[in-house]
Design a protein around this ligand. Structure first.
Ligand SMILES: [Ca+2]
Length: 391
């Protein structure tokens, strides 16, 4: 994947389709014992600063940061959500103990993480799009520009909104397919949209007028395209469809040793890291002393099994939350009554079964677009092969 910066002259068609990360590179690495062995030897040597043959927590930090970068997470310390994932990854290496990690342990855990990453990518490939303003310019000139955006002032209510406010709303509506990186991303807003707004018009603080809205919008969009040309934005694009197949798999496995997955919010990537059973889910759910459980914990339990069932965590996908809420209502799962553990399990299984049926009939599709601030491959040295031993 190196040296591809120069090849970007290839442009257009191939670029629109984007570079696809589907995990096959990772599987190739982990699947070849010799190559993977050398890879680990090299990584370990690099990390073992004091040369004592073990990795301390501190020595593991760069590896953990690298794994995060490979997943497209922001750097450690920049958000509580991703920091949680970083600490989970670190805990995997140390098995939750404060001890040093041997090379064998490092090799095993790293392989689990990489295979988990590859599985996630195979299921939900990430397409890397380079957005450089060309598609946006094309969209501005296309016949769909006007019908798509003319209704914004009448559809969206911004109290005392200026022209500027409505133009920002319009950019938030544009998709990556239309050549616009997500304007909801604060980096895009402050580095692309804001500068474009500043540089191109002085009339933006005026109240909005329907008759001149599109004209102004077009002008700003041209400026945005110019900024994108000077500073292309890389976006990791995923499309996930929740069609119930994950639940089907889980239910047919009788909840045995299903891999626990944690979902990375930004990219929708999943990593299988630990094992998790329905019983484990029940153990994390508070119980009263009689061994009975309040139904109010059903939601918690559902969230615990969600990763194994291929469901997003509660709150991550609004359409999915609605499906789950409807099912819970249908099965009287929200009445907060106290039930026995058996009943609780049965009800949870019924809920999963109903969600599965719902999704089979009406799959929910979501796409995510995350801005990648550096090309993924160079942001992480994790997957770079050892330089000295080209296999
Ligand atoms: Ca060491």
């Amino acid at each position: 994947m190196e040296g591809k910066r120069e090849e970007s002259v290839m442009r257009k068609k191939s670029e629109q389709e984007g570079e696809v990360m589907d995990g096959s590179d990772i599987m190739e690495l982990v699947g070849d014992e010799k190559v993977y062995g050398e890879f680990v030897d090299h990584k370990f040597q690099e990390l073992d600063r004091d040369r004592d043959g073990k990795l301390s927590l501190k020595e593991l930090q760069p590896a953990v940061a690298d794994i995060g970068a490979a997943l497209g997470l922001p750097a450690p310390g920049s958000s509580p959500d991703s920091d949680h994932i970083y600490s989970e990854v670190l805990r995997e290496f140390t098995h939750g103990k404060h001890k040093k990690v041997s090379k064998t342990e490092f090799k095993e855990v790293l392989s689990d993480i990489l295979v988990g990453m590859a599985d996630g990518l195979k299921r939900d490939p990430i397409v890397i799009l380079r957005i450089d303003g060309e598609d946006l310019l094309e969209f501005i000139k296309s016949p769909s520009f006007e019908p798509e955006l003319i209704s914004i002032p009448s559809e969206i209510e911004v109290p005392n909104g200026s022209l500027r406010d409505y133009i920002i709303k319009a950019f938030e509506r544009l998709s990556v397919e239309q050549g616009m990186p997500p304007a909801s991303d604060s980096w895009v807003m402050s580095n692309i949209v804001e500068p474009a707004l500043q540089s191109c018009s002085t009339l933006l603080e005026q109240p909005i007028r329907q008759d001149t809205f599109l004209l102004h919008l077009k002008k700003v969009a041209e400026c945005v395209a110019q900024h994108l040309k000077e500073r292309p934005v890389i976006v990791a694009h995923t499309e996930n469809t929740f069609d119930g197949s994950g639940i089907k798999r889980l239910l047919s496995n009788k909840f045995e040793l299903e891999k626990c997955i944690f979902l990375l919010s930004g990219l929708g990537l999943t990593i299988c890291l630990a094992t998790q059973t329905l019983d484990a889910a029940l153990k994390t759910v508070a119980r009263d002393r009689s061994g009975k459980i309040s139904k109010e914990y059903l939601r918690v339990a559902l969230d615990v099994v969600a990763p194994s069932a291929g469901l997003p965590p509660f709150g991550a996908v609004a359409q999915m939350d609605k499906v789950i809420a409807d099912v819970a209502k249908m099965l009287d799962a929200d009445d907060g009554k106290i039930v026995t553990e058996e009943e609780f399990k049965k009800l949870l299984t019924e809920i999963l079964g109903s969600i599965m049926l719902q999704l089979e009939g009406n799959p929910v599709s979501v796409s995510t677009n995350s801005v990648v601030h550096e090309p993924l491959t160079s942001a992480s040295t994790l997957l770079q092969p050892p330089s000295h031993s080209a296999a």
